[in-house]
Design a protein around this ligand. Structure first.
Ligand SMILES: [Zn+2]
Length: 485
């Protein structure tokens, strides 16, 4: 009896020695949404949840799958410093580099990496033949060696027209095929921290295709497509998870590591509901401070004009104006598109002569619309411009344009020139617009359903950046793009 008990005890102990519980908590695509917002509690509430998970299991790793930048003015204006300081306090282990980490020039990214206590990981971004960023880290958790390797969507090269082209965007599968076996030799668990998404992408694989193509990845913690996972996707023995967007959820994946084998235990996206979660005091205090600083920062001067930039409702909905041109020019500048088309209904105010503040531009463009690029065949472009020719003064659908000139006469769009050349029906033009029109909003149905992509750039931010480039504004073209006869 005694002997049996002892053997049982030994067996139980042996199981405990070999099996280790590893918990991964993760967020992605926070985009500056770090403060409480509506029903969601922000990062201070996330911190409380993570503390609870860590109390249950000290062998917990906290990861961010990329895109901290762009989406909330108070964060954007401080170059996501509030986000990073909060993530430092929350002891983030590592972050994948997302495409939006290239929304600003390289000096901003460098500064962000400097204040972060965690590495920004990506193994497939190269510069001068060398990896441009830290590729991976290996961490020992209760005797288990865990490798975390970053990968970034190759389509970043296209999405981030301005600041991603200084890098070489390597094929993720090729890089992974080399690096994963190297990591397998050094670690028990391999986590790919990816910003690749599970939607169709413009170039390269998405995260599911990576899992399918490359053996040996135990877990993929993904971001980019803002996908909420009800349960993990399991492909080629790789467990794939993601936590939606904006820190609305905290992903919690529990694994058991038995003799180097990774066993799935459970997964849940925990909702970060403000009402139910006491905010973590330290994180909340720091974020409150930054929120105030960000609010004051909205008053910072981003440029200067000596002329009025016309956005008065009655004017901008009747004709093309210098402000309409400026906004459309900014869209072309940021996206590299051939032309831009915007709706006057999105322009909500003028900018008076004098210094221009960030707040002024948010007043002009308050909707948080994003910059969208659509591939528009010449024939469809004709249709779009023809539609604009039938709009009447006062309608929000009245157009503002860049890179194209045309004449409207008797409800007909004619003499269409694209960057000075007659429109070519057989050519496909890259047209920058906003996400609203790209989905066919305001009657722009000819734009809906065409191939294209959302750059994720907030239009107001694009204009802020462009105004900074061209200031002081002492004159701006204010007629001649759309001629009404
Ligand atoms: Zn992204």
């Amino acid at each position: 009896m005694k002997k049996v008990l002892l053997i049982t005890l030994l067996l139980v102990m042996a199981v405990f020695v070999m099996a280790q519980r590893l918990t991964i908590v993760h967020i992605n695509d926070t985009h500056g949404h770090i403060w409480p917002e509506g029903e969601y509690g922000g990062l201070a509430a996330v911190a409380t949840l993570i503390n609870q998970v860590r109390a249950e299991n000290p062998n917990t790793i906290f990861l961010h799958a990329g895109d901290i930048n762009t989406g909330v003015p108070e964060s954007d204006l401080q170059d996501a410093a509030p986000d990073i300081v909060a993530l430092n306090l929350m002891k983030l282990e590592a972050m994948a580099i997302g495409n939006h980490e290239f929304d600003n020039d390289a000096s901003v990214l460098a500064k962000q990496m400097e204040i972060a206590n965690f590495p920004f990981l990506s193994a497939n971004i190269y510069k001068d033949g060398e990896p441009a960023f830290q590729e991976y880290l290996i961490k020992e958790v209760a005797g288990i060696k865990v490798a975390i390797v970053g990968f970034t969507a190759q389509e970043t090269e296209i999405l981030e027209y301005l600041y991603a082209k200084d890098y070489e965007w390597k094929d993720v599968i090729e890089v992974a095929e080399e690096i994963i076996p190297e990591l397998e030799a050094q670690a028990d668990v391999i986590i790919a921290l990816t910003h690749m998404g599970s939607n169709p992408v413009l170039v390269g694989p998405n995260s599911w295709e990576l899992a399918k193509a490359v053996d040996g990845i135990d877990v993929i913690v993904d971001g980019h497509s803002h996908t909420f996972y009800e349960r993990p996707e399991i492909i080629n023995e790789t467990i794939i998870v993601s936590a939606g967007e904006w820190a609305k959820n905290l992903g919690k994946l529990e694994l058991e590591i038995v003799d180097g084998t990774v066993i799935f235990v459970s997964f849940r996206n925990l909702p970060v509901i403000a009402e139910e979660i006491e905010p973590d005091f330290a994180v909340a205090t720091v974020l409150d401070y930054f929120k105030k600083a960000g609010g004051e920062a909205l008053n910072i001067v981003v440029g200067e004009t000596t002329i009025k930039l016309e956005g008065d409702r009655g004017v901008v909905r009747a004709q093309d104006t210098n402000l309409g041109y400026l906004i459309c020019d900014a869209m072309v500048w940021k996206s590299g598109a051939d032309i831009a088309i915007s709706n006057s209904g999105g322009i909500r105010a003028s900018i008076e002569a004098g210094p221009i503040t960030y707040r002024d531009i948010l007043t002009v463009l308050p909707f948080g619309n994003t910059l969208y690029v659509v591939d528009v065949p010449g024939t469809s472009l004709r249709e779009v411009l023809q539609f604009t020719a039938t709009r009447e003064a006062g309608q929000g659908a009245m157009p503002q344009v860049s890179g194209v000139t045309y004449v409207i006469e008797n409800g007909e769009a004619k003499d269409i020139l694209v960057n000075g050349a007659p429109i070519d029906d057989n050519k496909v033009y890259k047209v920058a617009t906003n996400n609203y029109l790209a989905s066919g909003g305001d009657g722009y149905e000819a734009l809906a359903g065409l191939s294209g992509y959302d750059t994720g750039f907030v239009l107001a931010d694009v204009v802020v950046e462009f105004v900074g480039e061209i200031s002081p504004i002492t004159g701006y073209q204010d007629s001649g793009r759309i001629t009404r006869k």
